[in-house]
Design a protein around this ligand. Structure first.
Ligand SMILES: [Zn+2]
Length: 245
């Protein structure tokens, strides 16, 4: 390990984590060892700047997490589907939070022209394939900033990666979150509890089998410039969208 002092930093950090956790929440680690009861499922970007437990000031055991490049929830992504299904069916979470972030590299790449290397480099090809749904969203969105950006670059041979302050980039980050909330709402494991079906009682048993739990989906965005989390107001619950109530 001495060859890689940066790894030693992580190991020392783990020692600090154990001490601090025991100091701030005596017995929490042992308690959680008996079983987890997270209140929240979280779908976020793999980006190193958005560690969900830290940015929410939460604790270990609070969030059941799936992260991937661009915080996407796509059909046939067995990893994200399994995580969310498990959180809903077995952990009885009440809230599924999708959180994107401004400055997201996946969204930025989806706006820029496709990489030339995608045809020769397997890593680039994978990235290109993975962000394809976000690219489609960029091409089809009728958000005014995105439409304006597309029109302004309609004659460009190539589109460069936009700066993170570009309004169309910020708008696409938000639109991508909203799209993932819709994808989740259409997912069978979510549908099984009759989300957004006013005619059906949306009551499930919680993991402990006591209180019935309502399921809600939420779309939030994190600002890498300020650390601020904003609710995009697209929550979907037992009787449809929160805004329509
Ligand atoms: Zn990202």
């Amino acid at each position: 390990m001495s060859r890689f002092p940066e790894l030693q930093e992580l190991m020392s950090g783990n020692g600090e984590f154990r001490n601090e956790t025991e100091e701030e929440h005596p017995g929490l680690v042992e308690e959680l060892a008996q079983g987890q009861h997270p209140k929240f499922a979280y779908l976020g970007c793999a980006d190193s700047r958005v560690p969900e437990t830290e940015v929410f000031g939460a604790e270990i055991g609070d969030l059941f997490v799936s992260r991937n490049v661009g915080n996407q929830f796509n059909i046939d992504d067995l990893s994200a589907e399994t995580t969310i299904s498990y959180a809903i069916a077995h952990l009885g979470v009440q809230h599924v939070i999708v959180m994107g972030h401004y400055g997201c590299g996946a969204v930025q790449a989806a706006i820029a022209s496709e990489s030339d290397e995608a045809s020769t480099d397997i890593g680039e090809a994978r990235i290109d394939t993975w962000i394809r749904p976000i690219r489609s969203l960029f091409k089809s969105s009728n958000h005014s900033h995105i439409v304006a950006f597309r029109e302004a670059h309609a004659d460009d041979e190539t589109i460069a990666a936009p700066n993170r302050t570009e309004p169309a980039f910020r708008a696409l980050v938000e639109e991508n979150v909203k799209q993932q909330v819709r994808n989740l709402a259409d997912d069978s494991s979510v549908l099984k509890v009759s989300l957004s079906s006013p005619s059906t009682e949306l009551k499930r048993s919680s993991s402990s089998g006591e209180e019935p739990v309502e399921l809600w989906l939420h779309g939030w965005v994190y600002d890498v410039d300020t650390g601020l989390v904003t609710d995009l107001g697209v929550s979907v619950g037992p009787s449809g969208s929160a805004d329509s109530e």
